[in-house]
Write a protein that binds this ligand. Structure first.
Ligand code: 0O2
Length: 234
């Protein structure tokens, strides 16, 4: 990289990390920043789609049921900064919000979730900066999922910028519960203690079912024991 490119890169990164300016969600600056997050989302999404296809094509193994992605809505960016007690500045958005760009991977079985996490962790070009295992340590609400906060390098004309993308990995069962709990309780927090306990009970029931289904799936679908269909990669 030339000295000139390096300079531009440094100033771009400085702008990203140090701008104490208040966020204006109608501004061109906000749109440009979202363009960076959107670019990162495309990169990670493509990598995951390729992984999904590779497992299917080469190993006849389909642990991933669905992959969805989204950019956090501007009003939710402002709401989350306020919920976390941060002023609504560009610097706080970049430094303290890890899920402006978010991807969700839905797996069939609990073991698949851990397999996919392991595979993502082995990607050479994605940096894992935080891992939260809410399956081993569920939230008080009953929420289960694994969150990986990642950083991906993006090559722009003036150099490389690292952008955060949060990847949530969970089973179909965990997702079913989380989507409904999100509608009923999360952030609204208006349910009675009794109803919240009921939701935790349902989350635990779904977890038991997930565990039983994982046992059933062990012999049926297993990447180690599966016969490569066409070619192997090693
Ligand atoms: P929304 O509207 O879904 O986007 P971090 O700063 O990375 O350490 P963060 O982001 O403050 O941590 O919180 P956390 O606990 O990692 O949660 C990130 C996201 O996980 C949330 O984003 C939710 O999408 C989901 N989540 C976390 N806890 C629960 C829960 O109890 N129930 C449900 N249904 N989802 C949950 P947002 O921005 O809070 O909300």
């Amino acid at each position: 990289m030339s000295e000139d490119q390096n300079q531009t890169l440094v100033s771009m990164n400085n702008f990203l990390k140090n701008s104490g300016e208040s966020i204006d969600i109608t501004s061109e600056k906000y749109n440009k920043l979202m363009f960076l997050y959107n670019s990162a989302l495309k990169i990670v999404n493509t990598k995951l789609e390729i992984l999904k296809e590779e497992l299917k094509e080469f190993y006849d193994y389909s642990p991933i049921e669905d992959i969805t992605s989204r950019i956090k809505k501007p009003e939710n960016v402002i709401e989350k900064l306020s919920r976390k007690d941060y002023a609504p500045t560009y610097a706080n958005l970049i430094n303290h919000l890890n899920d402006v760009a978010g991807i969700r991977i839905i797996c069939n079985f609990k073991d698949d979730v851990y397999k996919i996490v392991e595979l993502i962790e082995s990607f050479q070009d994605i940096r894992i900066i935080k891992k939260k295992d809410f399956i081993k340590n569920p939230k008080k609400s009953g929420y289960r999922s694994i969150h990986l906060v990642t950083e991906v390098p993006i090559n722009f004309s003036k150099g490389v910028v690292f952008i955060k993308v949060e990847i949530q990995i969970r089973t179909l069962g965990m997702n079913f519960w989380a989507v409904l709990e999100h509608k009923l309780n999360y952030k609204k927090n208006k349910l009675s203690e009794k109803d919240k306990k009921t939701l935790v009970k349902y989350a635990n029931m779904i977890n038991k079912i997930d565990e039983k289904l994982s046992v059933l799936s062990e012999e049926e679908f297993n990447i180690e024991s599966s016969n490569p269909k066409k070619l192997t990669l090693n």
